[in-house]
Design a protein around this ligand. Structure first.
Ligand code: ZN
Ligand code: ZN
Length: 254
């Protein structure tokens, strides 16, 4: 009986802690670069709110992200695409200024420029960066084209791709890794046709992961409140299991 009382007190305490210190949401800033339109930026933020609203607050930056320098040593000309490509790192180098200015938890940069992550890659749709400053750079360049990059893709297809890319890269910044489930937006795609077949929503398992990674990210690993709350929850669960077990073993005796 004393054990039950302890468990009840523990659960009430955990509840009180959650009430006094409600889980915060991450402040995500979406910023446009180059010729990305206001409509595209608003679409991206709507998509984020729709899918990640439980974990983040979305803000639209009221200014544009400045272009990497035209003499950037990482700027390269891609013969088969017949266009200049920017290295994602060039965006990440500029990003901290905006990150601090907005006091953002996560910065999402939307560019119309063709981008590449490192020398051995032809291109990338987007790239996320973890660590002290979480950010991602997303390119609409390829999304607006057919897989051979020769023709313009239909508007509805572009929107679906943009939705997937925004959710996928932001998912990384929130602590999600690639998911083998092809129905999940966190699935890995190596090409545009593959990307077009990938899911457009988060799967339940990835959502469960966010419930752990986002509070962890916001609070820091050594945050006392979450440690205590987690401990109390575990304590409560085991208490209930223990009592169910005791109840049935007592009843089954002659
Ligand atoms: Zn990915
Ligand atoms: Zn998933």
């Amino acid at each position: 009986m004393r054990y039950l009382a302890l468990a009840v007190i523990a659960s009430l305490l955990a509840l009180a802690l959650c009430f006094v210190f409600p889980a915060e949401k991450a402040d995500v800033y979406v910023i446009a670069n180059g010729a990305v339109s206001k409509g595209e930026l608003e679409f991206a933020s709507l998509v984020l709110e729709e899918e990640y609203g439980d974990w983040i607050n979305v803000h639209l930056a009221d200014q544009k992200f400045r272009d990497p320098e035209s003499h950037d040593p990482n700027l390269r000309f891609h013969e088969s695409f017949d266009t200049y490509q920017y290295k994602t790192e060039s965006f990440f180098d500029i990003a901290p200024g905006y990150y601090h200015k907005f006091n953002a938890d996560i910065l999402i940069i939307l560019t119309d420029k063709h981008i590449y992550p490192s020398e051995e890659f032809n291109y990338v749709f987007g790239q996320a960066r973890m660590g002290e400053m979480r950010m991602a750079v997303l390119s609409t360049w390829y999304l607006k084209r057919t897989p051979d990059a020769m023709h313009v893709a239909e508007d509805s297809l572009f929107q679906q791709r943009l939705r997937k890319l925004v959710l996928h890269e932001t998912g990384h910044t929130l602590g999600l890794f690639h998911h083998p489930n092809r129905e999940c937006v966190m699935t890995y795609s190596a090409s545009l046709p593959e990307f077009d077949k990938a899911g457009i929503k988060l799967c339940g398992q990835s959502k469960d992961t966010l419930n752990v990674t986002v509070p962890e990210f916001l609070c820091g690993k050594d945050c006392l409140i979450y440690t205590v709350a987690a401990f109390l929850q575990a304590f409560l669960l085991w208490s209930v299991l223990f009592f169910v077990f005791m109840f049935y073993t007592k009843r089954s005796k002659p």
